[in-house]
Design a protein around this ligand. Structure first.
Ligand code: KIV
Ligand code: NA
Length: 269
């Protein structure tokens, strides 16, 4: 199977209609990418790895090196999906030139296909700068976790008319600047639908609407690795329970000396 391309993803939306929704999940490691890749169109190396992998309190402390290393692992572990890498906080906001240097570093280090950055109208110039120079960009509007200190929390966006209008105009600005897709996170459903109808590029919903052009979730949230998840997460499995039950069984067998058993030990010929 040949790897999907950014233009192929972009071409899914024809005259405002996406017949085949875009399937996206986060991946941070090679093995995780291997398992998810056959089922996905895009894999996102999200800066959510700050919390999920590194136990950080937010995505703010995530570095370019962290993103580059995990992105390289995900590309090595996948052969089908378009791999998108999050630009970490502080690596792209200051200027289009700074953003280009950081994005180029990420793509050179990993061979990923595209970068994602947060912010709307304020980032449109930067998006255009990157796209014109050969770097496909995914935008991210609504609840943008890197702006937690400005937004004051992780609550849903778009409840007031002013906020709703801003989300739609942000999405339009990113799309006009050349973003091929936009993550629409944590917004009230009518606004997610309005954004999807307003832009010609692909909208990827998370806490948004089934009518977005695609969906993304944090894989560990979907798998039930955490006790506390946002309301918009559906936990398809209870991996936390599975892992702790497995560790409990292992620990008990070690303590009663029933592991390793005959199948796991070598005997002389
Ligand atoms: O970092 C991340 O995982 C993300 C998705 C939740 C969209 O940005
Ligand atoms: Na992110």
């Amino acid at each position: 199977m040949k790897r999907l391309t950014v233009p192929a993803i972009r071409a899914r939306k024809v005259d405002g209609v996406t017949a085949e929704p875009v399937v996206m999940l986060t991946a941070y490691t090679a093995r995780q990418a291997q398992l998810l890749d056959p089922h996905c169109d895009m894999l996102l190396v999200g800066d959510s790895l700050g919390q999920v992998i590194y136990g950080l309190p937010s995505t703010i402390p995530v570095t370019l090196d962290m993103m580059a290393n995990h992105a390289a692992a995900v590309v090595r572990g996948s052969y089908h999906s378009v791999v998108v890498v999050d630009m970490p906080f502080g690596s792209y906001e200051a200027s289009p030139e700074a953003a280009f240097d950081a994005a180029a570093m990420l793509l050179k280090a990993s061979n990923a296909a595209a970068v994602k950055l947060e912010g709307g109208e304020a980032m449109a110039e930067t998006v255009a700068f990157l796209v014109k120079r050969g770097i496909p960009v995914v935008g991210h509007v609504g609840l943008t976790p890197q702006a937690v200190n400005v937004l004051g929390g992780y609550g849903a966006r778009g409840r007031s008319d002013a906020e709703a209008d801003k989300i739609v105009s942000d999405a339009k600005a990113l799309c006009d600047a050349g973003a091929f897709a936009i993550v629409v996170e944590g917004v009230v459903e009518p606004i997610a639908i309005a954004v999807t109808e307003a832009v010609s590029c692909i909208t990827i919903g998370i806490g948004a609407s089934a009518r977005c052009d695609g969906q993304v979730l944090v894989t560990e949230d979907m798998l039930g690795m955490f006790e506390r998840v946002p309301r918009f997460v559906k936990r398809y499995e209870d991996m936390a329970g599975l892992i702790s039950r497995t560790a409990e069984t292992y620990a008990a067998e070690v303590r009663e000396r029933s592991f390793p058993g005959p199948e796991q030990t070598y005997q002389p010929k």
